[in-house]
Ligand binder design. Structure first.
Ligand code: SER
Length: 594
């Protein structure tokens, strides 16, 4: 069964059990300022898992685009990917452990659906600790379905517990389903969850019943939910009896293209890294990110630069990475039409970064030589031959020389490389950049009154900008903390002081008019036709929520918002600047009305 059939079957199975199919959200989280990317199917659903009503009801099914950078060092093995698609079904306070496990079993083993050999499936359940009891319930359900007790393993929090990518939020014990990759019973000690390679995890069912507070304590969730995640590529590989995800049709054409270009100069691991990184890069760019030294843009930059370096390793310095990226787009465009729509843009971004990097590499190498000279001089006076890690990080940060290159060069000359020191320097930088994320959509730091009011002010600002500058002024990003709002929008020139004053005047007029704020749900097409603005994404066929502020603003949005505009106080723009090419950024605050 091919991946696209699996996508369809999954949706069909759960639709026939009362689930509403929802479209994938953006790779950039709209509701969570604590992480850079959507890392799991549950991620865009956090507001609903914690109590908000979802327009689609209490049973949902989706195929969500995800990106994980934590696994980046595993990329190149048989199953880890940076970008991947996660199939998932959700219960928002509806069914729980029993139905969830029963349906997973039926979908996996029934001949009508995936028809996998039940003898090759094993599961893990939560072993229990001081925060939550052993999940005997899940184990008993597995047993009642025919899973022998010896193939039910109990593991601790590091394996059988799931929370969101950020630190706090909904979480709970999970049960994970593994496929045995070997025909024969594996040798003793090779169990699911061990690194033996004899088992691959294909599905994870989380029984969300706690919420983790900022102080680290676990409290019961108001309503229990189920969150499941099945890796599309991994499961497709299992269904097709393939040794790795790279042989599935999601990667095979890209791998073939790389093989064609690189001939026999090819190492498989590097070939896979290239296919993985360029797939991820195309997807990230299509969600509106460009390379930069901050946040999501920084991740994209590293993925592209690593790809360029891999190409050079294959002695392909004269071939552009776009040649490979074209195959990625061909391959994914049916599932993600946005790739075709943005083909030119994606190629342009890749090409430009490739060029910038080529130049940076030359400069970085010169700077490296200067640092090396310093070390040599020091050595003559009894100094150490440690390569300075702060400088190694600066080489990356300022000149774009990737740490792996610097390390290689340093070690060639006999200098010592202190990876922990490098990581510390990088971490420090990330902490700074996390405090001021470069790319962000609709992100609210929290749901406090101050943040919520600024969110409502953001809608007024969005409409006022369109009134003053024209309808091209569309939202490109938003980041709201209790202190201020930050809004990015498309506009080619500086906004003049007169225009700023006019925008402020309009927003304050609307605030004083005490406009009521209401919301309702409607099909996406209807919302769009009614003139609602907002970030659209791939939402066709979905029910969306539309917020009205009087009859002044109409925007597709998940909320939350103030009850009326009067509570907002006085709106003031504190800064206007360029955010990137063709995108301006406004920072604004609300001052108390008195
Ligand atoms: N959130 C869980 C995971 O990512 C299940 O969807 O594995």
């Amino acid at each position: 069964m091919q991946a696209h059939t699996l996508r369809k079957k999954y949706a069909e199975f759960f639709a026939s059990r009362g689930h509403t199919e929802i479209a994938s959200a953006s790779l950039l989280p709209e509701n969570d300022p604590t992480v850079l990317f959507t890392t799991a199917g549950m991620h865009p659903l956090v507001p609903y898992l914690t109590g908000e009503e979802h327009p689609g009801g209490n049973r949902l099914v989706s195929c969500q685009k995800c990106l994980r950078t934590g696994d980046i060092d595993e990329v190149g093995d048989a199953s880890h990917l940076t970008f991947f698609e996660m199939l998932g079904n959700w219960s928002l306070g509806d069914y729980f452990t029993e139905d969830s496990i029963r349906w997973s079993w039926e979908f996996l083993t029934s001949k009508e659906w995936l028809g996998l050999d039940p003898d090759r499936l094993s599961v893990t359940c939560f072993a229990g600790d001081e925060d939550a009891p052993k999940d005997e319930e899940a184990a008993a359900i597995w047993e009642s379905l025919g899973m022998p007790r010896e193939r039910i393993h109990f593991l601790g929090k590091e394996d059988n517990w799931w929370g969101p990518a950020g630190q706090t939020g909904p979480c709970g014990p999970d049960t994970e389903i593994f496929w045995r990759t070997t025909e024969e019973e594996p040798p003793p000690g090779c169990t699911p969850g061990s690194d033996s390679g004899c088992f691959v995890e294909i599905w994870n069912n989380v029984f969300m019943q706690y919420t983790k507070a900022a102080d680290g304590t676990f409290r019961p969730l108001a309503r229990k939910c189920v969150d499941t995640g099945m890796g599309l590529a991994r499961t497709a590989a299992v269904l097709q009896g393939l040794p790795s995800v790279y042989e599935t049709e999601l990667y095979a054409p890209t791998m073939a293209k790389i093989a064609e270009l690189a001939g026999d100069r090819l190492e498989e691991r590097h070939q896979r890294v290239l296919a993985d990184h360029l797939t991820a890069s195309c997807m990230i760019i299509s969600d509106g990110v460009v390379p930069s030294n901050l946040a999501a843009g920084y991740v994209l930059r590293r993925l592209i630069r690593k790809s360029v370096r891999v190409m050079r390793k294959f002695e392909l310095e004269d071939t552009s990475i776009t040649v490979v990226a074209e195959t990625v787009i061909e391959n994914y465009k049916d599932a993600y039409p946005v790739l075709e729509e943005q083909r030119e843009h994606i190629m342009g971004v890749l090409r430009e970064e490739e060029e910038v990097f080529g130049k940076a590499l030359a400069k970085g190498l010169r700077e490296f030589d200067r640092i090396a000279e310093g070390i040599e001089k020091g050595l003559q006076h009894g100094g150490s031959n440690n390569f300075p890690m702060k400088k190694a990080f600066a080489l990356y940060d300022t000149h774009g020389l990737p740490p792996e290159v610097t390390k290689e060069l340093a070690e060639e000359r006999g200098y010592l490389w202190d990876q922990a020191g490098y990581d510390a320097a990088e971490k420090k930088h990330q902490e700074v950049s996390r405090a001021d994320k470069g790319v962000f959509r609709g992100g609210l730091a929290d749901h406090s009154e101050a943040t919520t009011n600024l969110h409502t002010a953001t809608h007024l600002l969005h409409q006022a900008l369109r009134d003053v500058l024209g309808d091209h002024a569309a939202q490109k990003g938003s980041n709201i903390t209790p202190e201020r709002l930050r809004f990015d929008f498309s506009h080619d020139e500086k906004v003049t002081p007169e225009q700023i004053a006019e925008v402020e005047r309009i927003v304050n007029e609307k605030i004083r008019a005490d406009l009521p704020i209401s919301n309702c749900e409607m099909p996406f097409e209807e919302a769009k036709n009614s003139g609602a603005i907002g970030l659209f994404g791939d939402r066709y066929g979905e029910t969306v929520r539309v917020y009205d502020i009087g009859d002044y603003s109409k925007e597709i949005c998940g909320g939350p918002h103030a009850p009326s505009t009067k509570v907002l106080g006085r709106f003031k723009i504190v800064k206007e600047q360029a955010a990137s090419k063709g995108v301006r950024r406004i920072r604004a605050v609300l001052e108390s009305a008195s």
